[in-house]
Design a protein around this ligand. Sequence first.
Ligand code: URA
Length: 429
Amino acid sequence: MSERHDAVEVIVAKRDGAELTDSQIDWVIDAYTRGEVADEQMSSLAMAILLNGMNRREIARWTDAMIASGERMDFSSLSRPTADKHSTGGVGDKITLPLAPLVAACGVAVPQLSGRGLGHTGGTLDKLEAIPGWRADLSNKEVFAQLEDVGAVICAAGDELAPADKKLYALRDVTGTVEAIPLIASSIMSKKIAEGTGALVLDVKVGTGAFMKDVDQARELAETMVALGTDAGVHTVALLTDMSTPLGRTAGNGLEVAESVEVLAGGGPADVVELTVALAQEMLAGAGVTDVDPAEVLASGRAMDTWKQMIRAQAGDPEADLPTARHTHDVPAPASGVLTRLDAMAVGMAAWRLGAGRARKEDPVQAGAGVVWHARPGDQVTEGQPLFTLHTDDEKRFERALASLEGGFDIGGGDDYSPTPLVIDRVSA
Ligand code: URA
């Protein structure tokens, strides 16, 4: 039982720039989860935190209090080590789909408890739900059994995993308080620590299509999360990766599943393969497996076998045709030359407006909607040839999607073009 406090006392302390005590933090998270602290009080506190920050001790305590609001999973009885990956969210970021079966095929179990997408970045569960029959909701017993049998599970995080964060994240989403590093770091890490993974690799996105628009902010977020994970006994590293350009060639649920299957079949876009292998190497190293080369396992087809088992174990049919949108619309290149910029935010917004994402968490998503881009920065394009193909079930959506692509790319002579590296930096304890 935490000492009793008063919501206004805690809000005023943070408003005036004071450090919150451990006891104030424990109380406010517990009282908010129980409904004793009202939404308007918590939103005021979240804004005070956004404006005045929290130090390392406060963030660690806040994270612990959110973990303590629910259950903590424990996979230490599994016959193999565990590792997970979390991405802070990007456009075309389907990496979890090939990555989880790849790491499992290399001998490390992957318990990936995910959420759904909100806004312009897609959610992993929405992507997998494009596969006929696939179900996201598993009991803890099913998660354990699948980790032992198949080695990889991607499923919905249950209501008992950090319930304080569930409530607080929904509140931040509608009160302009998502973009606070202490709140993002504690939100992500409370769920990942409660999930019980032994090793964790964070893919912290940087660029127009990411939360973090500049590399210094991204590094601060990465360092904060790595410190939280390490202190909790989870082997944690972070890669800072580029999200000024969308990943691969597709954004949209079914479209991204198809692209992931291409990667598992040994093909697919080079950037998706590069990031999948880089993250797999980090996950394996974090779990203590250093004698397996994930690039070789990907090329061998073993990751594809694990993918099929993973989809079947959750009632999906990996061989079934994926849903396609009722309407498509090609956008021709307006000039010939080199594509020198393709903006992740513009593409993400277009996919979202076509129906691939949701505006409110209860909205449905279209399985077939999204954007395919036929060139990536550095590629030659020809005037009049399709640069994008838009997919949607609802033709009326094309106009607004086209508007979001306006100004979202440049075609030039290519002299001023220099590729940005995909992996920008690595942060470890
Ligand atoms: N993802 C989360 O889970 N929480 C945040 O606060 C931001 C992104």
